[in-house]
Design a binder for this molecule. Structure first.
Ligand SMILES: Cc1ncc(COP(=O)(O)O)c(C=O)c1O
Length: 449
């Protein structure tokens, strides 16, 4: 082993990333003292930026009282308070919270709860889950099976359950035909979903799973107007559940607390994570409707699932304070206002760029998609690894953003996702757009474009 490689299995097995040793608001500080502007909060995680004093204080206070107690024996004050805060007023009928350690666990719990609910209702034949291509629901095997990203699934395909099937995503830039209006497109997607229910047998479908605004795999893709109402109607008509994955787009990232609040519908089960704890602790949650939990309460009386670190008191205390700060400082107003500003600045900078085909997103969750040809929307050759080059150029220029490839079909396409902290200012946004512009141009130059 080379002396320079660490014993930690990093994402790349060929190089060790620099150590981060500090943080300050929207800035991350590397061991060599370099300050990097955190324009994506990692992967849309750090909604309050770094080292927020109130969150650190709440964590220290909880740690000094009790760091951990197993949920087989105890509840905890922070878990009870966090659940009250999230679902005390039963948004959209979601009345209970199940706290886990991250997004994949929240999705696994959501899938299992849906299945157990139907078993206990005497509908054990409901064993199919319909999801969408170009989605990401996590990397554990159940969540990976639900996800529709071809590249992530490929090596593990033989291990992925055939209970999951996939339909076309509501991704207008690539999937809507030029001859279609937006409502034609929605009608076609709804017809396809209906056909998938029919193919599987409508009374065998447990749930439809979707991200309201698709995150990492497609780059901040909101659905066209009316899509989620159509999906909700199909699920209701067939007695299936709607599971929304708001791990990335939820908890204020797109403006309202829940992205589904912009769609005129509510889910039966929802997964949240990243912005819940803002990265201060690993935490995710499954939110479930009162009627699902009542069914199981009157049946077996227990959700047949669990992990060692369920409702971890320190994680719940951190998330509770993150959510209090968001409310007290009225940060969702900033997400909405600054989100419009970010969109405007991206449009000013990239709107006429010959290799930026689309600028999209909601709130502080925006992306640009790179194309070889704007007229045909043809992507760059994936072998050029344009997104990796943009990431490297941005990082060298003091900007951490979240570029990814496979935007179109899991293999080709490049986009850059931005998810700045909710505490960002207009100056931060200006700097993000400027540094990103430089990085995109440098990366394109390096591949002779
Ligand atoms: C929409 C979505 N669902 C699930 C996950 C999985 O979350 P985690 O990485 O915390 O397991 C992610 C992570 O990026 C995500 O973006």
């Amino acid at each position: 082993m080379s002396a320079r490689l660490s014993r930690v299995l990093h994402r790349s097995l060929r190089e060790t990333p620099p150590k981060a040793i500090g943080g300050e608001g929207v800035w991350l500080i590397a061991e060599d003292g370099r300050r990097v502007l955190d324009a994506s909060g990692g992967a849309a995680v750090s909604c309050l930026g770094h080292q927020h004093p109130r969150v650190l204080g709440a964590m220290a206070k909880q740690a000094s009282k009790l760091a951990y107690a197993h949920t087989a024996f105890f509840s905890s004050e922070p878990a009870e308070a966090l659940a009250d805060r999230l679902v005390g007023d039963e948004p959209g009928g979601l009345a209970y919270a199940y706290f886990v350690s991250g997004g994949s666990e929240a999705i696994e719990a959501s899938i299992k709860l849906a299945r157990q609910y139907f078993v206990e209702r005497g509908e054990a034949q409901r064993r199919h889950f319909i999801a969408r291509r170009q989605s990401y629901h996590g990397n554990t095997l159940g969540a990976l099976a639900a996800g529709g990203n071809a590249w992530r699934r490929e090596p593990y395909a033989p291990l992925l359950s055939s209970a999951f099937s996939h339909v076309t995503p509501a991704f207008a830039y690539h999937e809507k035909r030029d001859s279609e209006s937006e409502s034609d497109f929605v009608a076609r997607l709804a017809a396809e979903l209906e056909a998938e229910f029919q193919r599987l047998g409508p009374d065998t479908v447990a749930a439809f799973i979707a991200e309201p605004v698709v995150g990492a795999t497609a780059g901040c893709v909101p659905a066209p107007e009316g899509y989620f109402r159509a999906v909700r109607e199909i699920c209701d008509r067939h007695g299936a559940l709607l599971i929304l994955d708001e791990v990335m787009c939820g908890m204020g990232r797109t403006g309202p607390t829940h992205a589904w609040q912009q769609e005129g519908i509510a889910p039966d089960i929802q997964a949240i994570a990243k912005g819940l704890g803002g990265g201060y602790q690993p935490i995710g949650a499954m939110l479930a409707s009162g009627s699902i939990i009542d069914t199981i309460r009157q049946g077996s009386g227990a959700f047949q699932h669990g992990h060692t670190y369920l409702a971890h008191p320190l994680a719940c205390a951190a998330a509770l304070e993150v959510q209090r700060v968001i409310d007290d400082e009225r940060l969702l107003d900033n997400v909405k206002e600054l989100g419009r500003y970010l969109e405007r600045r991206l449009t000013e900078h990239f709107g006429n760029h010959r290799h930026v085909g689309d600028i999209r997103g909601r709130g502080l969750f925006q992306a640009i998609e790179l194309v070889a040809d704007r007229a045909t929307r043809e992507p760059f050759d994936p072998a050029l690894k344009l997104h990796q080059k943009i990431k490297a150029a941005a990082f060298a220029g003091g900007l951490a953003c979240y570029p990814a490839g496979g935007t179109v079909d899991g293999r080709s396409g490049d986009h850059v996702l931005l998810a700045p902290p909710y505490i960002s200012t207009r100056d931060d946004i200006d700097m993000i757009v400027e540094r990103l512009g430089d990085a995109v141009d440098q990366a394109l130059q390096s591949i002779n474009h």
